[in-house]
Design a protein around this ligand. Sequence first.
Ligand SMILES: Cc1cc2nc3c(=O)[nH]c(=O)nc-3n(C[C@H](O)[C@H](O)[C@H](O)COP(=O)(O)OP(=O)(O)OC[C@H]3O[C@@H](n4cnc5c(N)ncnc54)[C@H](O)[C@@H]3O)c2cc1C
Length: 650
Amino acid sequence: MVHPEEVDVIVCGGGPAGSVVAGRLAYADPNLKVMLIEGGANNRDDPWVYRPGIYVKNMQRDGINDKATFYVDTMKSSHLRGRQAIVPCANILGGGSSINFQMYTRASASDWDDFKTEGWTAQDLLPLMKRLENYQKPVNNDTHGYDGPIAISNGGQIMPVAQDFLRAAHAIGVPFSDDIQDLNTAHGAEIWAKYINRHTGRRSDAATAYVHSVMDVQTNLYLRTNARVSRVVFEGNKAVGVAYVPSRNRAHAGAVQETIVKARKMVVLSSGTLGTPQILERSGVGNAELLQKLDIKVVSDLPGVGEQYQDHYTTLSIYRVANETITTDDFLRGVKEVQRELFQEWETRPEKARLSSNVIDAGWKIRPTEEELKEMGPEFNELWNQYFKDKPDKPVMFGSIVAGAYADHTLLPPGKYVTMFQYLEYPASRGKIHIQSTSPYVEPFFDSGFMNNKADFAPIRWSYKKTREVARRMDAFRGELTSHHPHFHPGSPAATRDIDIKTAKEIYPDGLTVGIHMGTWHRPGEPYDASKVHEDIKYTAEDDKAIDDWIADHVETTWHSLGTCAMKPREQGGVVDKRLSVFGTENLKCVDLSICPDNLGTNTYSSALLVGEKGADLILEELGLKVRVPHAPVPHAPIPTGKPATQPAR
Ligand SMILES: Cc1cc2nc3c(=O)[nH]c(=O)nc-3n(C[C@H](O)[C@H](O)[C@H](O)COP(=O)(O)OP(=O)(O)OC[C@H]3O[C@@H](n4cnc5c(N)ncnc54)[C@H](O)[C@@H]3O)c2cc1C
């Protein structure tokens, strides 16, 4: 079908928020013509998207995998000891939901209330939180939904180390809960749910749920992929269309070749926190000074565009576990027979398969005790008093356990591992992104801002210690992978200890060097016994410094970008109002996580969907329409047992 040159609404960017808006609008009225323009490829029936267990491959930066765009800090950062941080972002239909780790969490109620915007309190949003969910777990509260397009379950299998983690977490004072995603719990551990449909074993991505579902039953949703939106076309300050270019400029001598599509009613920017501000700036919406330097005609002077970039910060520490532990290491290493077995299992029984999981089966949200706060220094205590103290629903850190090493396995010794992720949920640091050229092919100036506020070190340091205490109390624990821990002084009682001799001998029974004495290179120990661990490790100031250096050297994105087109008053640097309309323009909205004026303590897929649902309601209201529920049936609903799941099926 040749696509029309004019439609009613154009949605730019097919991530979770854009997919919700395009799908909800098109389904609400079959006469409304909606076009969704996505920079990446179509994700439909891509087995490297819908099989949950292979998600780590999406982070390969090998020049072949182009499901992600890698934003790299333009400048070296003194806060990262001279390092440049890298923030991978989705570049595929479905956005982050096609490549993410599928971990299901939700923001705390006070996070939405803190937006201080009419219509956006947690209470206002609760019906929309329920509307989007097809929650497939038993639960004891009334905050989840059961008829929505996005499936949430425990996946095909739960690894035994998850229970080991929960028992150890309980031993250090973090209680078990059946649902810490109830919008209120800020200190507790749980079996961590996933965006996986328990009936099909497939990833629950936003494009399948909201876009393909509608395209299967209606003809008014036009999908254009591999097309990068370069700018919004204005008449005066009214958005009347967009210009897009091929995502790769490998013809026309690299020149920018634009195609224009007209929008009769509205243009919606949903290109994500790092994409949307670039489109705005190329269109003449942003800091007038910057735009004039690039010879861009100013449509609306909004200095807040591209500012206040936020993320969550991840550090990870890797532990050795007993050789009999079930982990994904051999699958990830590429052991042929293991891969064959797991792929075959998925093809025949995807709903119960080991690959129908992200193997991140347990996790926690934690807040420090009064005693722990005393050790966290003045900078964090000041932040605590302002931000956390009176909001008992805000966790300071998240943590989760992966049954395997989240690392390049060619760099690791043989054996089995678990990875402890530590996530800082409300960093005080801020970054920015701005275009450097009018060309959509030129990389922007990017400053992740990671760790540029000193207050962010203490909670990560505290959390590293907490997860280490949990690891030591797990039955499976067999030591620390020293390369993936802080470099403590070898004489310090806090120094890490690698694999014990017994476990090492099981790996290399005929090895001639197992357990040799070689100074500080090896610290083989007596077999570990978790039942004898009662005391926490004590750290000196020098040890804390080693942890802080490790944080600066290794802290990474949690891929939870938000905040660059904030919904707040214009005079405070705001970019959109409470209806998500861009200040100083007409018929132009931003609907994605760039609109968050403050951080959200959650893995952000749920929030992006929610912003999409809210945006869809606001737009439909302006168009005199109403959302139609339930949404169109999601494709790939139960795959008949025994049939290859790669067949297109409804
Ligand atoms: C690797 C990774 C792991 C993650 N893990 C989790 C997790 O386990 N759980 C969780 O809850 N969240 C996770 N997230 C976060 C979550 O996926 C994101 O918060 C969410 O996808 C953000 O949605 P969005 O719609 O705001 O933007 P995005 O998902 O960034 O979508 C923006 C879309 O716009 C497109 N685009 C960009 N520029 C243009 C342009 N100029 N023209 C046209 N299209 C454009 C992009 O290709 C993309 O498809 C993860 C994200 C990543 C990247």
